[in-house]
Design a protein around this ligand. Structure first.
Ligand code: ADE
Length: 251
């Protein structure tokens, strides 16, 4: 999977992408990450990448010329057969909020070009003429789109075969499966007066699965009841939730 990041702060991206699971996946060649400085594509001798907005107003706006040139350059580096299937993503608080459906769509692509938005905004012609997806990572405003780009890269990379253990585990993870995760325990069996539930130490795998499923349902109902509207639920899940006071009318 190829990630081409266009940013005013390439070093920040490179540094953060060097760690842990993502860092190892880059090292082993499963992921390809390039962070390109948009300033390298500026057309004046001062390297001006942003400018005041027409009509007046606070903050600087990312100029169209260097961004178009940087995207052209990024597209030229992609094999012909993969170019049209490569989303061009802008990170901005105006975008669709990132969720598993968007992550799945991106993970199915051969790669992503991600333009990190400038904190005041980008020239509208970038939005109209270049990008295929505009993505926010939540309803709050960051000082730049770099952290949002890293969040997208991290979430998408988990679905690239080989990056995380087995693909099956990734699909079973919290949210991806449609429900929140059940409680997890490791040793010791007793800690500061809190014991690991007896069932987990029983060796009865069918009962353990049943317990875990119910814990997931209970936690989802308590923390994220909205997820229950779209989660794949069995009749027995529904009966269990009804016993907890869940009102199934919306589903
Ligand atoms: N840039 C600034 N705030 C952002 C957000 N919430 N998501 C994505 N990009 C951003």
């Amino acid at each position: 999977m190829r990630f081409q990041i266009l940013t005013l702060f390439p070093d920040a991206l490179r540094a953060l992408a060097g760690y842990s699971i993502i860092g190892r996946a880059i090292e082993s060649g499963l992921l390809l990450l390039t962070a390109t400085d948009i300033r390298a594509f500026t057309v004046d001798r001062h390297g001006t990448a942003d400018d005041y907005q027409f009509g007046g107003g606070p903050g600087m706006v990312l100029k169209p010329e260097p961004v178009f040139a940087a995207v052209d350059d990024a597209l030229a580096a992609i094999p012909d057969a993969e170019r049209s299937a490569t989303p061009v993503v802008l990170t901005s608080p105006q975008g669709h909020t990132l969720n598993q459906a968007i992550v799945d769509e991106f993970a199915a692509a051969p790669g992503l070009i991600i333009i990190c938005g400038h904190y005041a905004g980008v020239d509208e012609r970038i939005r109209a003429g270049l990008i295929t997806h505009e993505v926010s990572i939540g309803d709050y405003v960051l000082t730049g789109g770099e952290l949002a780009a890293l969040v997208i890269i991290d979430a998408v990379s988990r679905f690239v075969p080989g990056v995380v253990g087995s693909a099956e585990n990734v699909r079973e993870d919290s949210i991806t499966s449609g429900l929140l995760q059940h409680p997890l325990y490791t040793r010791p069996a007793e800690f500061r007066g809190q014991a690991v539930p007896e069932i987990l130490r029983s060796g009865n795998h069918a009962e353990i699965e049943r317990w875990r499923r119910r814990q997931s349902l209970e936690r989802t109902l308590r923390m994220r009841p909205d997820l229950l509207d779209t989660a794949p639920l069995t009749n027995s899940d529904r009966a269990y939730l009804a016993g907890l006071g869940w009102n199934d009318d919306a589903a």
